[in-house]
Write a protein that binds this ligand. Structure first.
Ligand code: Z5A
Ligand code: MG
Length: 214
């Protein structure tokens, strides 16, 4: 019988190193563990919905904040079937941002938290979430910071507060394991820690059913 794949998610504010660590863990799972794996990212800017989101993020268009929130959510719903197919076929997926980014960024604009979370309910639930965290001041010093719409220090601090007070390890994320990772260290030190967490947990998770966000 094929063992199902794991849904591993990376979350955190801008520039904490999510994409760098997604790449490192994907390499580890395929090259060291020799398991089938694929990386995904949200927003998926390649779909028609993703292209509208991309124009907004690059400051090319303006949009109502709630309309934008629903587009980010739709961009996950349109990926739902392919996510489930990958997991059921035994492919591990390593995902760069998901529902928690959606809620944190929209709630930081002042939109009601529960309203933001409601449209995520029912999506496939991540098995393991690596939450990368460091001071917002240090994150803003990293490469290419400042280009996109949300890359302002005060806003980044609000997003971090919502993650840490309302999302990480909270009841609305029950049955999902959050791992809090200090992101202000050398890249290899972080990826070694993440790989060893994966190695010690993946066999247990494989035997549990795929969950839904609730
Ligand atoms: N958004 C939303 O509002 N609602 C939603 O539902 C979703 C997203 C899903 C696009 O995201 C925007 O969409 C985002 C949230 C919002 N807000 N903004 N702006 P994105 O994921 O496409 O953004 P990105 O362009 O990939 O940037 P990022 O995610 O903020 O960066 P990162 O992936 O965390 O970091 P990185 O690219 O791996 O590293 C950044 C730089 O730091 C780079 O030069 C690295 O070489 C360097 N780096 C990485 N790790 C280290 C360490 N350990 N030490 C030193 N330097 C490092
Ligand atoms: Mg990234």
């Amino acid at each position: 019988m094929i063992k199902r794949g794991l849904f591993i998610l990376f979350e955190g504010v801008d520039r904490v190193g999510k994409s760098t660590q997604v790449q490192a863990l994907t390499n580890h799972i395929s090259n060291v563990q020799k398991l089938q794996t694929k990386s995904l990212r949200f927003p998926d800017r390649t779909t028609p919905i993703g292209q509208i989101i991309n124009q907004y993020l690059q400051n090319a268009t303006n949009m109502d904040d709630r309309a934008l929130h629903l587009l980010f959510s739709s961009n996950r719903w349109e990926a739902r079937d392919s996510i489930l197919e990958l997991l059921n076929n035994g492919t591990n997926i390593v995902v760069d941002r998901y529902s928690y980014s959606g809620v944190a960024y929209s709630a930081a604009k002042g939109i009601d938290f529960d309203w933001c979370y409601a449209c995520e309910k029912g999506l496939p639930k991540p098995d393991l979430i690596f939450y990368l965290t460091m001071s917002s001041e240090d994150a803003t010093k990293r490469g290419e910071y400042g280009g996109e719409r949300y890359e302002k220090l005060d806003f980044q601090k609000k997003i971090k507060q919502i993650y840490e007070e309302k999302l990480v390890d909270q009841p609305n994320s029950k049955q999902t394991t959050w791992k809090i990772i200090n992101a202000n260290r050398p890249i290899d030190e972080i990826s070694n820690e993440i790989s060893s967490i994966f190695d010690s947990e993946f066999k247990n998770i494989q035997s549990s059913p795929i969950g839904k966000l609730e």
